[in-house]
Design a protein around this ligand. Sequence first.
Ligand code: G6P
Length: 377
Amino acid sequence: DEIKKGSHRTFMEKEIFEQPGAAQSALFSRVDSNQRRIRLGGIAEHMDELLQCRRVFLVGCGTSYHAGMMAETVIERLCGYSVTSVLASHFIDCLPHVGPGDMCVFISQSGSTADTIAALEYANKCDALTVGIVNTVGSSIYRQTDCGVHINAGYEASVCSTKAYTCQCVSLLMIALCIHFEQRLRQNQPVSDLYDEIFDGIITLPDALSEALDESKHIHEIAKKISAASSCLVLGRGFSYSVAREGALKIKEVSYIHAEGIAAGELKHGTLALVCDDIPLVFVAPCDRYMPKMQNAVAQCTARRTDKAKDGVVIITDDTAWVSAGFKSVIKTPRVHEMVQPLVSCVPLQLLALYLCEERGFDVDKPRNLAKSVTVE
Ligand code: G6P
């Protein structure tokens, strides 16, 4: 174990810091910089069927489900499909009407999660086109899907998924770019501006992830200040909502602090009742089209705290205006395209979860009651 962890104390820490390289591996040999296109061998043969689809279901459990949430809007905007991300357990409970013309994408690090396999078997039975996004070649999901993309994250040992999440998101964005390119090619039309922006966003992602990791010491200091909390809220909206959900999951998985990922637009519909000095608030507030609304959400919350903008309000952002506005716990990230930004904003939350766990004296690689791979229902 010690050798595999290298200079890191835990697998989770090691894997968080491996993310720039993991993202690079996911992109490696798929990005054709000259033609500004993505080539994915695992779906190329099924391109005709992919282009005929009208609806997409992104199916997974836990962190893999959040990767689907992250990619939902990008796929919808780039490819014109109607896209829904859905928990695998919910998918098999509700058995949605799927069939030919539907693309069901199964996202799984291990490729062996029981609920995701059950959902896949149902989609196969209904004759939907099934696509696997897996890290484990040869796994059940790899074998039972019609086509797919290997995320190339490398072996992930930590129960808490970090680098696999990043590579799942990158893979989903690559699929969206690949399909858009092919759609436009067949219509004899140039790619859209959004395509170019997201293409540039993902090729610069490894560097942006490295820069986000440079904030680790500062994040550790923030973790020390809030580690005694028994509950915390993570808020985001638009493209950052999935990040709030994934960040809250990370915090509860390893630090055992009750954490909820909240859609900031829903504050007045319940969550505001919880806001008080005892509950740290983490806002994922990049400088995107939702910024004015996030400023409003922060103001609504700080008005209900006596410590105002002190230690209990953490802002993850690429905008220094928050520091000028007097907030003390601001975690700076680099800026990339707003639809790629969730991948960068997630890194501080992974580190925050890691340090909260360490400060509270738990073993980050052995979270109680949890398993890396959930192979039974
Ligand atoms: C477990 C793991 C999570 C993972 C989830 C789905 O809960 O602890 O880290 O996100 O299963 O696993 P999968 O292998 O399907 O991505």
